[in-house]
Write a protein of this length. Structure first.
Length: 48
């Protein structure tokens, strides 16, 4: 897990957010500190 991923994970846990990602970097934290939702990159594009 990279340094930037640690910042993202700690912020999601602190605020109580669901973490939305396109990769598996946060799988080991799923439902331990926060829920992790994986989406395909094509799903993410509709927000931009």
């Amino acid at each position: 897990m990279g340094k930037n991923d640690l910042w993202i994970a700690s912020l999601a846990a602190l605020i109580g957010f669901q973490l939305v990602t396109t990769d598996s970097d946060f799988d080991h934290l799923n439902n331990i500190f926060f829920p992790v939702r994986k989406i395909a990159p094509t799903e993410f594009q509709r927000f931009f």
